[in-house]
Design a protein around this ligand. Structure first.
Ligand code: AMP
Length: 511
């Protein structure tokens, strides 16, 4: 299928809804759709005038800000490849990614300007660093506007660096075609969006939340960024309540963020929230129930990964509401059914399809699956062998096609020859009223291979005893699955997108 430039999504919205607000900082609108389209066309012109050519990479080391949206669309309009990089990474990690992708230009926000400027001339091809609040950026915006670049099929739009919870991050190559398919899938399986709706980018725009820009621009909705640039429940509730508050609001939130929203300001008005899409890590059933009690049936779940962004399976809002269904609880504990047009298979170690009820690796095929990893043929061939994306996630399907994730294959604990899925144990521990969070890992053991060990964070002011947790496990899961040891800690190590870093927990075990 011939590829269509993603920048056309913006043009279309700007033609039909020129006066609609496109960007906001807090509730302060910074651009209408007409203004955004013009800024993007000029910025695209400025980038090309500055010596970049279609196919070149532009790194974005930017905290959440309204300029994020225009930077992405300007790259696409000019045929350039955007490389959004988590702005909270260490300078050495930035160095690695910028060198790996070969970007010659990096757009930055002030918080990381010095760190990235220190890499110019040193890190790969990086020659120029431009602060999006500075005079050089204003000069780019003064360039003559350029038209949308006609792109070849398979043209790259976004190099999506994996979070690197193990090993070096890899650049997932996402094409315009991949992201167009992802955008359409949002409308088919997650939610409708009206021009009067808005999205609040409280999660990193370099990652989860950034992808949601696309369906919202496609429907001429408002992309708002909290003034803090991050996730602060108090700020969010204030934005919702303001007189000209954000309406019809969608937010993408990692499960840990949903939990914090539930716990904060229980009396705060949340009528303006339309949809909270959660995903990126396991949502425990107990937490999902509490969230719906607090906010109503406004939730949708997505299971995806950088390699098939936002799009593998979903539990729609409708299914969240369908409480009288006899299999409601099982459905809520699942990650849902495949998106329209996505094929899903559970494969054994040789990729042979397994029937419902058997656990194997989740394999995916469809228009959203990446082209491969940047500059890494071996890893691409491995991940895409036999024409299926190998997600590294273990899962099981039921007869109706609902997928339940077990764990990352590398996180499965094998004790005495039996497979133990940490998530199952974590679900049980969370039922204890004093437990805020838990993470279960395997500890090497000469006799058993591995022992089950649970890290537990108690709720503030609450005491939790190991024998209470043990009794809870005995009452709910097979004896061999229950943790042999408990470690009570003040917090769990997490990366910027809210994923618990089991690698860090394992390090705590080393003598
Ligand atoms: P990333 O590429 O950084 O977005 O990470 C993707 C990984 O996060 C997936 O391979 C899963 O292991 C995990 N993940 C994503 N969505 C979900 C979900 N809804 N439930 C459980 N785990 C998830």
């Amino acid at each position: 299928m011939p590829a269509i430039n993603l920048a056309t999504l913006l043009l279309r919205s700007a033609r039909v809804f020129p006066e609609r607000p496109a960007l906001a900082l807090g509730t302060g609108v910074t651009a209408s759709y007409r203004e955004l389209a013009l800024r993007v066309a000029r910025l695209a012109g400025g980038l090309l005038e500055g010596g970049l050519a279609p196919g070149d990479r532009v790194a974005l080391v930017m905290a959440n800000c309204p300029q994020y949206v225009e930077a992405l669309f300007a790259c696409w309009q000019a045929g350039l490849v955007a490389v959004p990089i988590n702005a909270k990474l260490h300078a050495l990690e930035l160095d690695y990614i910028i060198a790996d992708c070969g970007a010659r230009l990096c757009l930055v926000t002030a918080d990381r300007e010095n760190d990235v400027a220190a890499l110019a001339g040193r890190s790969g091809a990086l020659a120029r660093v431009i602060n999006v609040a500075g005079a050089d950026y204003a000069r780019l915006l003064a360039a003559p506007p350029t038209l949308v670049h006609e792109i070849p099929d398979d043209a790259l739009a976004w190099l999506f660096y994996t979070s690197g919870t193990t090993g070096r991050p890899k650049g997932v190559m996402l094409s315009h075609h991949n992201l167009m398919a992802m955008t359409l899938n949002y409308f088919s399986d997650v939610d409708e969006i009206a021009p009067s709706d808005s999205i609040l980018h409280a999660a990193p725009m370099s990652h989860g939340s950034g992808l949601y820009i696309l369906p919202h621009v496609a429907r001429a909705a408002l992309n708002a960024v909290p003034e803090s640039g991050g996730f602060d429940p108090d700020e969010i509730f204030t934005l919702l309540r303001a007189q000209k508050g954000l309406r019809g609001l969608t937010m993408f939130a990692a499960p840990t963020m949903v939990k914090r929203l539930v716990d904060a300001r229980r009396d705060a008005d949340s009528d303006n929230i339309k949809t909270i899409v959660y995903g990126g890590g396991p949502m425990y059933v107990e937490d999902a129930k509490c969230a719906m009690q607090r906010f109503g049936y406004k939730f949708a779940q997505i299971y995806g990964q950088g390699e098939s962004p936002m799009t593998i399976t979903a539990v729609s809002k409708y299914l969240h509401r369908d409480v009288s269904h006899p299999r409601y609880a099982a459905r809520l504990g699942s990650v849902g059914i495949p998106f329209t047009g996505i094929r899903l298979r559970i494969g054994d170690g040789h990729d042979t399809p397994l029937p419902p009820g058997e656990v194997g690796e989740v394999l995916v095929r469809g228009d959203t699956v990446m082209l491969g990893y940047w500059n890494n043929k071996a890893a691409s061939n491995e991940a895409l062998r036999s024409g299926w994306l190998h997600t590294g996630d273990l899962g099981v399907r039921d007869e109706e096609g609902f997928l339940t994730l077990k764990d990352r294959s590398k996180d499965v604990i094998i004790s005495g020859g039996s497979n133990i899925y940490p998530r199952e144990v974590e679900e049980v521990l969370l039922r204890h009223p004093g437990v805020l969070e838990s993470s279960v890992i395997g500890e090497p053991d000469a006799e058993w291979g591995e022992n089950v060990l649970a890290f537990v964070v108690a709720k503030p002011g609450m005491q939790v005893a190991a024998d209470e947790l043990d009794a809870l496990c005995l009452a709910n899961i097979a004896r061999f699955k229950r943790p042999k040891y408990y470690r009570f800690v003040a917090a769990l190590p997490k990366n910027n997108t809210g994923k618990v870093l089991k690698t860090e927990l394992r390090k705590l075990l080393q003598p």
